[in-house]
Design a protein. Structure first.
Length: 742
């Protein structure tokens, strides 16, 4: 007699699936539920093991203990969800996506973390959650003291959207940040700018932009940003984001002075880090000098002949967001907020991809109601180190534009340029109408391997198969572009040669004979030997620092400039392929070439001349910002000129005092920076960039990381694989930060 057929069973996540007949011996034994799913004591024990292993933070465990003490009857499943939501914040996610976590627990939670060899590991998330269904987890989340579905004072917030399978758990503070951004952006998008001066707008745009047979996206960006209180200009390296925003500011000031000649706009420029602020400062200063301000002022006088002549002033000073808002020591709060708004009319934020959700919410809350906010950044770069991927989330639809017919008609009137049909969408959303993606690179053309590689890597996964993407990337690497070298290293020899000399012989014609888009000669690629040679060759002789500070400032400036000619970037912090191992290895390698001097201990933990350092925390007392780079130099001791004192030289934006000299003993949050993580390199640019990928695939190795790393290169790129095939894996993996911003 045959057995009755079991037509349905349930997989690990509670979905019914069809099954075939199976022999009793082949049916796996039922998996028993992990005790941490139902017992708070067992859950706390599991958290202890995960913290001891470095899988969870002390903060995550402390949250579980706090919630359990406040609500002893809280289900273990709710406490587990809270611990994982806190853990996800530490990894850059704004919340915990329950369904994604159940579908692939280890991947979604990035556990075990980087560097864990899995020797005698604690239970993996996939083991703990193996029997849990989504409906069971959802049912356990509701608790009157701990969770709510929106406004309230519970520490946790549950959000279910679209379908019952889309459930996210937030720590309340981060849910509130998200709500603030939604409300602020929506309110600003509702208030389109004054269109009472269409002729002046069109004429000013024609003054600022030369006639073109093709669509000028920079002109389009200026027009769109001028009519909205919230705008985004995104684009890859060299697409002219800074050029565009300087012209936008000239346009906005022209429109304002035509309306109120005695009240020019109060414009502020900001960036998330000191390094990014310094770069924007330099770029804007150069761009302002080339603006046709005299023509705009003539245009103004024609529109308002009775008004006194107006001078169009464009600011060039850039500050950090922390300075702008007025950071207060020992608190997350700022001096400026909704209760004490910023005194400005226009705010431009550069490198907006680096701004986390907490900072973005603080900035928008502190903006006056009528102020305009313009975000600049590359949507495809790595997101902020802290939680959130605000720019990337807001720009998810930027590639296809989605402009409505009404927007297209307005743009054609304002710019004289019709939009291509593929960028039109009758169902375009309000946010779409405030975003412009710049699409033409003026730095990288079809002859640039850096540009072609960036384009191949940057294609989103939904646009092609993984195999086709890998083939496109490898075709670029094999093409023989003059600015690109692909290196697979079997030992330290090739890496040592690269970091010392730059391996110019690996490039076409040894790197000689190239010119940039301005037809200026490009110097061959170099390594760290270059800046150390400049350090010794140009050292002031026979004069003390006090006698001739200008000579020492000039020397330090030359050394810092030479240092920026080469930078090794890597993906990891720990291990031999991370910054911790590579910095010491490179220092010893340079010592073996008699370019640096010091004992092993000095090179690892001390100070020595030539040591490059990266500031890792803002220090307002020293006027140093996170991301600033300085070089350690030896200057004569004023008490005994035969002796040397070490000082660290940092560049400033002050022409009269171009160098800030700091005692090493005053620098507490710095690290050696022969090797720099790709995250820390954002906002920087180096003439020759070497990007090193480790020998094993890692959750941090993604398309965005590789793209960000290679686009730090201006003239030369060396792409290094510690093991062939890692690049192919990395370019097909994308960062997916969980949030509700999209």
């Amino acid at each position: 007699m045959s057995k009755p057929k079991d037509t349905h069973t349930f997989d690990l996540f509670g979905d019914a699936v069809e099954t075939q007949d199976a022999q009793p011996s082949m049916v796996p034994a039922p998996v028993s539920a992990h005790p941490a799913l139902s017992d708070t004591t067992e859950l706390l024990t599991l958290c202890e093991r995960w913290v001891a292993r470095g899988w969870l933070r002390d903060l995550d465990r402390a949250l579980v203990r706090f919630l359990a003490a406040e609500a002893p009857d809280a289900p273990a499943l709710l406490l587990l969800a809270a611990a994982l939501a806190s853990h996800q914040l530490g990894r850059g996610h704004v919340c915990l996506d329950l369904n994604a976590t159940l579908n692939a627990p280890d991947f979604a939670l990035s556990l075990p973390p980087e560097g864990d060899d899995l020797t005698d590991p604690p239970p993996l998330p996939s083991d703990v959650l193996a029997t849990l269904t989504l409906s069971e987890w959802q049912a356990a989340l509701h608790h009157p003291l701990l969770t709510s579905e929106g406004p309230g004072n519970t520490p946790l917030v549950i959000v279910t959207t679209h379908s019952a399978s889309d459930t996210r758990l937030y720590l309340r503070r981060y849910w509130q940040y998200e709500q603030t951004l939604h409300q602020q952006i929506a309110t600003r998008l509702e208030a389109m700018g004054d269109d009472s001066q269409p002729d002046l707008l069109s004429q000013a745009l024609n003054v600022l932009f030369k006639p073109s047979d093709s669509l000028d996206w920079q002109k389009t960006a200026c027009a769109l940003a001028a009519r909205s209180r919230f705008g985004i200009i995104t684009g890859g390296p060299g697409t002219g984001k800074t050029t565009t925003v300087v012209r936008l500011l000239a346009l906005l000031q022209t429109l304002q002075l035509a309306h109120s000649p005695s009240q020019p706009l109060r414009i502020r420029l900001a960036a998330p880090t000191g390094k990014a602020a310094a770069r924007l400062n330099e770029s804007i200063a150069g761009q302002v000098s080339s603006l046709p301000l005299a023509q705009l002022e003539t245009l103004l006088s024609e529109h308002s002949p009775s008004a006194a002549p107006s001078e169009i002033a464009i600011p060039t000073e850039v500050t950090t967001l922390h300075r702008l808002l007025g950071a207060r020591p020992d608190t997350r709060h700022f001096r400026h907020s909704a209760a004490n708004p910023l005194a400005l009319d226009v705010l431009v934020i550069d490198e907006a991809s680096m701004v986390d959700i907490e900072m973005m919410a603080a900035v928008l809350s502190a903006l006056p109601t009528n102020a305009q906010c313009v975000l600049l950044g590359d949507k495809d770069q790595l997101a902020s180190v802290e939680a959130g991927s605000v720019l990337g989330d807001l720009c998810r639809r930027a590639e296809a534009a989605h402009y409505t017919p009404e927007t297209a008609q307005w743009l054609e009137r304002a710019t004289g340029q019709p939009l291509p049909p593929e960028h039109l969408d009758a169902d375009g959303q309000p946010l779409d109408q405030a975003i412009t993606m710049l699409r033409v690179s003026h730095r990288f053309n079809e002859h640039s391997g850096i540009g072609q590689l960036a384009q191949a890597i940057n294609q989103p996964s939904h646009a092609q198969t993984d195999r086709k993407k890998q083939q496109a990337v490898n075709a670029v690497l094999r093409h023989g572009y003059p600015d690109l070298h692909h290196l697979t290293i079997a030992d330290d020899t090739a890496l040592d040669k690269l970091v010392i000399h730059g391996s110019a012989d690996k490039f076409l014609n040894d790197g000689a004979g190239r010119t940039n888009h301005k037809n200026e000669p490009i110097a061959p690629p170099t390594g760290y030997r270059h800046y150390l040679k400049v350090l010794n060759a140009q050292r002031p002789r026979g004069e003390s620092f006090e006698e001739n500070p200008a000579a020492y400032n000039a020397w330090a400036s030359e050394v810092l400039s030479a240092y920026s000619h080469f930078q090794l970037l890597c993906a990891l912090r720990k291990g031999p392929w991370g910054v911790e191992g590579l910095n010491l290895h490179i220092a010893k390698t340079l010592r073996s070439e008699k370019l640096l001097y010091g004992s092993d201990y000095t090179l690892e933990k001390g100070w020595y001349e030539g040591r490059p350092v990266l500031v890792t925390q803002n220090d307002y007392g020293l006027k140093l910002m996170n991301g600033d780079i300085g070089i350690t130099l030896a200057v004569p001791d004023p008490r005994n000129p035969q002796q040397k004192l070490l000082r660290v030289a940092f560049p400033t934006s002050d022409a009269d005092n171009p160098i800030r000299w700091v005692l090493p003993s005053r620098l507490h949050a710095v690290e050696t920076v022969f090797a720099m993580t790709v995250h820390k390199s954002q906002g920087s640019e180096f003439l020759h960039t070497a990007l090193l990928l480790p020998p094993t695939i890692n959750p941090i190795l993604t398309r965005e990381l590789v793209y960000t790393g290679i686009t730090r290169a201006r003239d030369w790129l060396t792409l290094i694989e510690a093991k062939r095939g890692v690049l192919n894996e990395a370019v097909t993996r994308e960062v997916m930060r969980v949030s509700g911003m999209g």
